[in-house]
Design a protein around this ligand. Structure first.
Ligand code: SF4
Length: 582
């Protein structure tokens, strides 16, 4: 092993607070892998939560593994060092379980790279009892795990708090002996999905013919979700300075969202929406604060995490005591129809210079199609609210390539940006400094488990033209910046989120060739089939085997309502039963 790499790991550990270092010799050892760098992985609250849950157990040792930093890749190659864990610098092969936590599809390639650097056979079928069990969880896996099904022995579908302990209990009980027998026992854990226990068949036209259990495994794999959300606080556990949210304590304040925006996965796969008790959150924050307070990790901010922070009913009574205690609060994006003056004040007092909103579409018609339910008035009022409280910059998220989108909707983004700028100018004239408006425009990707799962993605070239139109129309507008995702990257994300097991060939070829475009070419997989094809109502979708509780018919009805521009009001648990989850 390279001394240089080992020293870097030890140095990293020394700059952390909250790390769990355990002696080996426990009943089960887990390498918890985030398929990207330390900087990205340690900024992910879900990853930290699983680390905490596993290390809560006396019988389990859990250590972290990340994709090496780019600048270290040559050193790994030069020294032939196998990838190793952070806590004890042990190679992957030493662990009983390699557990991937995968929130983003584009990290699938990194997951294979990590197995390769750990000298672990890539294909599940090539691994035996002498190899660690390779499992995966995380939001991508309960959307559609099929593109990586051939590389993973078992998936845990759902929220870690609900399934991790049951899984580890079963593993400890059943891990001695034949791999197939062990997998058969583990597959009895609700939410466990063993791809090799299901037979997939395709029609001549490439559509799925059937997805059948090969033995005594459930026809549908149930998503596990935690009912009593306050029983498992989700909060930063390890504090380090080399992360995106350095100096910030992340805390989840609610899970799921009942708004039903028809493009948004978080709005469906985390149903029903669940709210955390503000008193409990404040206790958790102060409890963790003592862990964090140390000379090397200066924590001054609390990042409030939720799919819709401003929808949190106790947002004011949560922010006020935090601000009163001299803490600062930070949030991701806000809904324009539920942001309060008090919240804006709290953000202003916390040093926020930019308010981030997500109108998503440039016209009211299209906002109804996607069920965003935000009027132009809401948009202008929230910009005015922010400016009148001293936050002069605005960041606005838009999607292009949405179902039923017309040229008027693209023009609508330009008009809305100009209108907001006019508003900003009028409001900031006295301030003598005008704020910047940033448009962040992303191509729409039709995701599984949303009403738009049957829609195709728009052609990359056409998306490029639309971006060109918007940028061209706003070029001469001072103080308006436009940034956007590259439609080619969105094409890839669409492929990896809508693909089936055959797409695994693309990922493998991309690893071999070192490039996605070469991988797509060499795999000879017709990737447009997955990205650009409209799915039929009656078609078996290769993620249908996951049971989220949401009726497929409900999603189809929402799709039809979308095409008619009909708005659906937010869900109202537990009285309502419309989607099937409650
Ligand atoms: S049944 Fe109703 S309340 Fe429950 S998650 Fe579905 S839409 Fe929301």
């Amino acid at each position: 092993m390279s001394r240089k790499l080992k020293e870097k790991a030890v140095h990293r550990l020394s700059s952390e607070k909250g790390t769990v270092i355990k002696r080996w010799g426990r009943k089960v050892t887990v390498a918890l892998v985030y398929p990207n760098t330390y900087y990205v992985g340690m900024s992910n609250l879900g990853y930290q939560q699983v680390y905490y849950l596993l290390n809560q157990r006396e019988d389990t040792l859990c250590e972290r593994v990340f994709l090496p930093d780019r600048e270290d890749m040559d050193e790994y190659q030069r020294t032939g060092t196998q990838i190793f864990s952070l806590e004890s610098q042990r190679p992957l092969r030493d662990f009983d379980i390699i557990a991937f936590s995968i929130p983003f599809e584009n990290d699938y390639l990194n997951a294979l790279k990590i197995l390769e650097m750990g000298n672990i056979p890539l294909m599940a079928a090539e691994r035996s009892e002498e190899h660690p069990l390779v499992i995966a969880g995380g939001v991508t896996t309960f959307l559609n795990p099929e593109p990586i099904a051939d590389f993973i022995d078992l998936f845990l579908i759902g929220e870690g708090e609900e399934v991790v302990n049951q899984f580890i209990d079963s593993f400890i009980k059943n891990s001695n002996g034949d791999k197939q027998e062990m997998l058969s026992s583990l597959s009895k854990v609700e939410g466990a999905y063993v791809p090799s226990f299901y037979q997939v068949a395709y029609k001549e036209n490439g559509e799925m013919e059937s997805f059948l259990p090969k033995g005594k495994v459930p026809k549908k794999v149930k998503r596990r979700w935690i009912r009593d959300i306050d029983s498992a606080p989700t909060i930063s556990r390890i504090f380090a300075h080399d992360t995106e949210f350095s100096g910030m304590q992340l805390v989840e304040i609610s899970r799921g969202c009942g708004r039903g925006c028809r493009f948004c996965t978080a709005g469906f796969i985390y149903l029903p929406p669940r709210i955390r008790n503000p008193k409990k959150i404040l206790n958790d924050i102060s409890g963790q604060w003592s862990v964090a307070s140390g000379k090397s990790t200066h924590i001054e901010k609390v990042g409030l995490v939720s799919a819709a922070v401003s929808d949190y009913p106790f947002i004011n009574s949560l922010c006020a005591p935090l601000i009163a205690k001299g803490k600062k609060v930070s949030v991701s994006s806000l809904r324009m129809d539920s942001t309060t003056d008090e919240l804006v004040d709290a953000l202003k007092n916390s040093g926020h210079k930019t308010m981030t909103f997500a109108p998503e579409a440039g016209t009211e018609r299209l906002r109804n199609v996607i069920n965003k339910g935000i009027s132009e008035d809401d948009i202008l009022k929230s910009v005015e609210m922010a400016i009148s409280r001293g936050i002069l910059n605005a960041k606005l998220y838009f999607l292009i390539g949405l179902p039923a989108e017309t040229d008027d909707d693209i023009e609508g983004i330009v008009k809305l940006a100009k209108r907001i700028k006019k508003e900003v100018l009028a409001l900031t004239k006295e301030a003598g400094r005008i704020g910047t408006i940033t448009l962040s425009i992303n191509p729409f990707i039709p995701k599984p488990w949303t009403p738009f799962q049957w829609s195709p993605m728009e052609d990359v070239k056409s998306l490029g033209n639309k971006l060109g139109c918007i940028k061209g129309a706003l070029k001469k507008e001072g103080n308006i910046e436009v940034n956007h995702e590259n439609p080619k990257d969105s094409y890839l994300q669409a492929l990896l989120s809508r693909g089936d097991r055959r797409v695994g060939r693309v990922i493998r070829k991309a690893l071999e060739t070192g490039s996605w475009s070469r991988g797509i070419k060499d795999s000879q997989v017709d990737t447009d089939f997955y990205v650009y094809r409209i799915r039929n109502k009656g078609e078996i979708l290769h993620w249908d085997f996951i049971y989220h509780g949401i009726e497929k018919g409900y999603l189809w009805k929402e799709y039809e309502r979308a095409l008619k521009g009909k708005f659906t009001p937010p869900c109202n648990p537990p009285k309502c039963h419309r989607c099937g989850v409650c």
